[in-house]
Design a protein around this ligand. Structure first.
Ligand code: ATP
Length: 955
């Protein structure tokens, strides 16, 4: 067992307390572990209180965990630690503003105050609604900007731009910009021209010079709709290059008016929010910053003796500057540039990769008119942690190779330069078994589930825990996805297959069936004749389409539902309506709790009426907004997580599906990024005719700024480095990303075996339909009657082997030229050669059984049917090395037997299991009768837990 003593370098970090420290170290090197020990060490060895040490983490959860870890390990007074400033930047700024921020808006020339009961708008949709209201007023007041309004795809673009500017420390004042920061909006000409010349250099060919990368990328210029006056393609594109003169002209585009527009929207939106006693996360940081910047006495009072920041690679510029203002000279930041994956939240990887130049630049800015930073940063020390305690050596090596895998065929990636920046890690703690394997499936999600079932309880896969070895459990496995949609689809499929699963990392709460039902009731509450509302409610209660149509047309709603409606009408809060609806339907889960929670919080914050609640729910659905739901299921379940939410975690087994690395163009008409500054992608003009034209200048400039796949690679790196022992990469057979191909692991092409597929009722209980309604049939795979561990079925040869044998048998039955490759396939060939009747292979069959008032449809695939004279043989291949599962297979063959007996009434049907390893067809003498099958059905948990028993009574 690995000792938990810090290593030499970790010790050095723990003990080196005074000064500025940068730790840019790889995954699993113990950064978080060491930081918590360093915190305790400061308390134990310096004359300070917990209040003197600021520890910043990335999420509230991480802060909580860190605090608990410190409380459990530190020998100092635990009660003092409970309120210690271990928090996120937002938590810290919120606290500063509520205590000292009353007059902060004055710094920007705003007359409003920050009250101690100011409401933080955390909800994206709610803020978007507020922003929409604000823009309506603004547009009315500023008609002069109407061309800009017309060019926006969506008002939300402006809100996103405001957040992005705020994260960079670009704030508007009444008369201009705070600290002349608007020069950032102009872009960086030197930087631009440097990359322009690189991208525009012709490429040496064998005989003559070939087109530059930039020139190649410009071909689409001809097809765009630019305003008249834009240069012709031939003017802009020369033989092998793009005109430098026109490119400089494009960079120097006059944007004064556009900047004024952005300034006015930004400034008045801040005023509007404060006027309603609201603040958002971006403005919280902004006001805390300007307050500490201007109020020297306060800054002096608040500053911390020691500051530590975890996950520094995902901080943004204003957070970096805030840390400097809050610091007395002892700052320690830890992170890993290779794990920077939050640029969409405006994080800046350069905070860590260019730590030193940035700190010097920021200090110059902060000290321009007053000496705010009085400590020295001349001696920034770096501590290198190079031992990875998490992953097996193969996984560490593979992760480092993945960082230099090209994302596209033509990507101009300087592999040597990237490699030079990677510090190779040694595996320090994990000497357990290890495997990296990639798979190509026809259906990737089915394939992933198959692999999970193959892993669990399979002696081929071992996990070490607390010094002991054991088989893999579901809870050891994490599937880390790029997009939530993929994760949600996998979740639904896993649930359908009855594989224990939990989805973590946010779900589209308002698109869940429970929420859609609630939305329907809100619609009915707003308008008793709402056909959209009634359609959902009636359908959910089991009414057929025709019945629903006639009820809606005749406004002849069921009495019990009308009574329920009048009960809901008497309620005055969205939360109580939601609670009552969910109670009525017997819906009680973490999802319904969270829906109530969100509705209570947003309707409480902004006093919404029913119409606004409906539109809030609709916008959530349209935007696919996700909410964290406190873990759906605990226990032995495998986890599906987005890569972003898996940051900092580790799992014995990681499955990483292929991800699409094509850049989503995204509908946006404005852009703000280095080195281009603030730009309009689209321009509205009524001349020569009203249209939203492409901006030729932006088009050209955007071609200069290379498509950047670095963050995609880093995302993959984060996912891979969560794995301790086993890493499985998966892809679709037909649709492999270039990044996947370039990882260089030849995928095993395999077809997943069929699972038990109990088709379940929806988790929503229904209001009862008047009269008798035949319940829908339940579809079950024949495997659901069998009691076989998923991996045991192939008796040690593995499912892949079994799949290959089945696949060979199927092909050989129809094409005798196919060659066997294994002894089992050879035996199958012998068997098939010996059969002289008609052969039908892999035929799907369904056996209906009526049981206790309900129809159950058993489905399965018969490997081989052999029809010969008055006899029909059913043959099922098994690649097991023993016959230990024989009795279970008899159940499966019995179902097939009853199907074929019903079809071939005048023939004798016989069933055989063909054990391929032994070349042994075993005739099954005693097949189960239908009554015996019904006895087995009684023991199925799914059917006993019949949803019908949970139907609420409306009467
Ligand atoms: N000196 C050590 N001895 C034994 N185990 C260690 C040591 N240092 C760290 N570990 C263990 O290594 C694992 C990774 O540690 P930690 O999460 O702190 O790394 P990290 O550098 O923050 O990783 P990441 O960058 O991936 O978030 C944890 O299980 C931790 O307990």
């Amino acid at each position: 067992m690995v000792s938990r003593e810090p290593n030499r370098y970790q010790k050095q970090l723990i003990e080196a307390l005074e000064g500025i420290y940068l730790v840019d170290a790889g995954p699993g090197t113990g950064k978080t572990y060491t930081i918590s020990l360093r915190y305790s060490h400061i308390l134990e060895n310096r004359d300070v209180e917990p209040d003197d040490i600021l520890l910043i983490t990335f999420t509230e959860n991480a802060a909580q965990n860190m605090k608990e870890r410190i409380i459990n390990t530190c020998s100092c007074d635990r009660s003092a630690l409970r309120d210690a400033p271990i928090s996120t930047f937002h938590g810290l700024c919120n606290q500063i503003l509520r205590t000292h921020g009353f007059e902060a808006p004055e710094v920007l020339g705003i007359d409003e105050r920050i009250s101690s009961n100011i409401q933080v708008i955390e909800n994206e949709i709610l803020e978007m609604q507020e922003f929409g209201n604000f823009m309506t007023i603004f547009m009315d007041r500023y008609p002069n900007y109407r061309d800009y309004y017309a060019s926006l795809y969506h008002e939300g673009e402006m809100l996103n731009l405001i957040r992005s500017l705020a994260s960079r420390g670009i704030f508007p004042t009444r008369d201009g910009w705070f600290q002349d920061c608007e020069k950032e909006l102009d872009g960086d000409y030197e930087w631009f021209i440097d990359i322009f010349r690189k991208a525009n250099a012709p490429i040496p060919g064998s005989r003559s010079m070939k087109q530059s990368v930039l020139r190649k990328g410009m071909n689409d210029y001809k097809n765009r709709c630019f305003l008249p006056g834009a240069p012709n393609f031939d003017d802009i594109c020369e033989d092998t290059q793009v005109s430098e003169h026109l490119s400089i002209n494009a960079f120097n585009e006059d944007r004064e008016e556009f900047k004024n527009f952005v300034h006015d929207v930004y400034f008045h939106y801040i005023e509007y929010m404060l006027g309603r006693n609201y603040i958002n996360f971006s403005f919280m940081l902004m006001f805390a910053y300007v307050l500490l910047f201007e109020n020297h006495a306060l800054r002096e009072r608040i500053r911390y003796r020691y500051i530590m920041i975890d996950e520094f690679q995902d901080t943004n510029e204003i957070q970096f500057k805030l840390s400097l203002l809050l610091c007395r000279g002892n700052l320690c930041v830890v992170g890993d540039w290779k794990q920077s994956i939050f640029s969409f939240q405006h994080a800046s990887v350069k905070n860590i990769t260019e730590f030193e130049p940035r700190i010097l630049k920021y200090i110059d800015e902060l000290n321009l008119d007053h000496r705010r930073i009085d400590y020295s940063v001349d001696n920034i020390r770096q501590i290198h942690l190079m031992e990875n305690y998490r992953s097996a050596p193969e996984i560490i090596d593979f992760s480092e190779r993945a960082l230099v895998a090209k994302a596209t065929k033509d990507e101009d990636l300087d592999i040597d330069a990237v490699q030079a920046k990677i510090t190779h890690l040694e595996a320090a703690g994990n000497s357990g078994p290890s495997e990296i394997c990639s798979y190509a499936f026809d259906d990737q999600k089915e394939g992933i589930l198959w692999k999970i079932n193959e892993l669990v309880n399979n002696p081929d896969y071992i996990v070490h825990e607390n010094g002991k070895s054991r088989l893999v459990k579901y809870c050891d496995i994490a599937v880390l996805v790029r997009k939530r949609k993929f994760g949600m689809e996998l979740l639904i499929l896993a649930e359908k297959h009855d594989i224990p699963v939990a989805y973590e990392g946010g779900i589209e709460l308002f698109s869940t069936p429970a929420s859609l039902l609630l939305l329907a009731w809100f619609r009915i509450l707003k308008n008793i004749s709402s056909s959209r509302g009634w359609a959902v409610v009636l359908e959910n209660a089991g009414y057929s389409l025709e019945m629903t149509g006639s009820i809606i047309d005749g406004k002849d709603y069921p009495q019990d539902m009308l009574e329920f409606h009048s009960r809901l009408s008497s309620m005055d809060t969205a939360g109580s309506i939601a609670r009552t609806v969910f109670d009525k339907y017997g819906l009680d889960s973490t999802i319904t709790d969270r829906i109530i929670d969100v509705l209570e919080s947003v309707s409480g914050t902004s006093k919404m009426n029913i119409g606004q609640i409906i539109s809030f729910m609709e916008q959530n659905i349209d935007n696919g907004t996700t909410y964290d739901v406190d873990s759906t299921r605990r226990g032995d379940v495998f986890r599906i997580q987005t890569i972003h939410s898996a940051k900092g975690l580790e799992y014995p087994v990681v499955i990483l599906p292929d991800m699409d690395v094509r850049h989503q163009a995204g509908n946006s008409s404005i852009d703000f990024r280095d080195p281009l500054g603030l730009r309009q992608k689209k321009i509205y003009s009524s001349d020569p005719y009203p249209f939203i034209y492409d901006n030729w200048r932006y088009y050209l400039l955007s071609k200069v700024v290379d498509a950047d796949y670095d963050e995609e690679r880093r995302l993959r790196y984060v996912a891979i480095t969560r794995a301790q022992n086993y890493l499985f990469l998966t892809t679709e057979c037909k649709n492999q990303s270039q990044l996947f191909i370039n990882l260089g692991t030849e995928p095993v092409v395999t077809e997943p075996e069929i699972f038990p597929v109990p088709v379940q009722e929806s988790d929503i209980n229904r209001l009862k339909v008047d009269g008798d309604v035949q319940p829908a049939p339940v579809k079950l795979s024949c495997h659901s009657l069998m009691n076989i561990a998923p991996s045991a079925g192939e008796g040690g040869k593995g499912m892949e082997y079994g799949t290959a044998v089945h696949s060979f048998a199927q092909r050989y039955a129809s094409d005798k030229t196919v060659r066997p490759r294994t002894p089992d396939e050879n035996n199958v060939k012998k068997l098939l050669d010996s059969l002289d009747g008609e052969l039908i292979s892999e035929i799907e069959c369904i056996l209906p059984i009526d049981h206790e008032g309900r129809r159950i449809l058993f489905t399965g695939i018969i490997d081989l049917v052999h029809i010969h004279g008055d006899r029909v043989d059913i043959i099922d291949y098994k690649t097991d090395r023993s016959m230990s599962n024989h009795d279970e297979y008899v159940k499966q063959l019995s179902l097939y037997y009853h199907v074929l007996s019903g079809i071939y009434k005048d023939k004798r049907v016989q069933a055989y299991i063909y054990y391929t390893a032994e070349d042994k067809p075993v005739h099954i003498e005693h097949l189960l009768t239908i009554d015996e099958i019904k006895d087995l059905i009684n023991s199925l948990p799914l059917l006993n837990n019949d949803a019908r028993s949970r139907i609420p009574d409306m009467h």
